[in-house]
Design a binder for this molecule. Structure first.
Ligand SMILES: C[S@@+](CC[C@H](N)C(=O)[O-])C[C@H]1O[C@@H](n2cnc3c(N)ncnc32)[C@H](O)[C@@H]1O
Length: 248
């Protein structure tokens, strides 16, 4: 999978070049191709910004350097503009992007971009949340990290991401590692039992309970199967009717 990044700060991507994603880069499972928009500016001082027509605060990225930089990419694939105005990036979008071979991420700076950039090159605009960052680079890194985890082989263990929060529309159950007791706090005994059927049931139930407590909106969106209704009703008997209405 190839990620092309259009940015005026190509040197700040170290966070996605370390750890598990760093190893995927080393092994060639993914590739990150950083393109410095400034190198494509056709003006004397390589400027990439200018004042907004009609007045207003700050500067905007100009069309020419971004579009020329984009045209230099042999196969841009899906072109995504990072923007607080975009659709909010979530696990569903992440799964969709993980099936692509080429993705181009365009990072804005200053007070944003000339609208014609979006018109000319964007397939879609994505936001990483309802807040405003100073630039699209951190948003691009967020998307690269989350999508790369789903590329076969990146986590080493194919099952790795399938247990993560959001993968199945639920939050992950609590996890424990050694020691068995720390300052009087014990690891739930079922996890030490060696009985994998019991452990799976316990984890599924914890995952459902946690999601229902913290993110009931996720359960309402996702629905519940027969077994999940049973598990949740054991903990929240008064909500059984509600769970049954969510049967899928
Ligand atoms: C200071 S912001 C511009 C905000 C713009 N004036 C607005 O109100 O929509 C500069 C750049 O940061 C990036 N950015 C800011 N917030 C973002 C978010 N929530 N998700 C993705 N990118 C974001 C975009 O690339 C944007 O062009």
């Amino acid at each position: 999978m190839i990620f092309n990044i259009l940015t005026i700060f190509p040197d700040i991507f170290a966070p996605v070049e370390t750890g598990v994603i760093g190893r995927a880069l080393d092994s060639g499972l993914i590739e990150i191709n950083k393109i410095n928009i400034r190198d494509y500016a056709d003006n004397k001082h390589n400027n990439t910004d200018d004042y907004p027509y009609g007045g207003g605060d700050g500067m905007l990225m100009t069309v020419q350097p971004v579009v020329s930089a984009w045209k230099s990419i042999e196969n841009p694939g899906r072109t995504i503009i990072l923007s607080p105005k975009g659709k909010v990036f979530d696990q569903e979008k992440c799964n969709e992007l993980a099936s692509l071979k080429n993705i181009t991420l365009v990072c804005g700076r200053y007070e944003g971009m000339d609208e014609r950039i979006t018109e000319m090159i964007a397939d879609e605009e994505l936001s990483i949340g309802d807040f405003v960052l100073s630039g699209g680079e951190i948003a691009a890194m967020t998307i690269i990290d989350a999508v790369s985890r789903l590329v076969p082989g990146v986590l080493g263990n194919e099952k790795g991401s399938s247990r993560d929060s959001h993968f199945d529309g639920l939050l992950e159950h609590p996890q424990y590692t050694r020691p068995e007791i720390y300052e009087g706090l014990e690891v739930p005994s079922v996890l030490l039992s060696g009985n994998h059927a019991l452990i799976d049931r316990y984890r599924k139930k914890e995952s459902l309970v946690l999601t229902w407590k913290l993110r009931p909106d996720m359960i309402k969106r996702r629905g519940l199967d027969e077994q999940e209704i049973k598990l949740l009703s054991e903990v929240f008997p008064v909500d059984r009717k509600l769970f049954e209405e969510m049967k899928r």
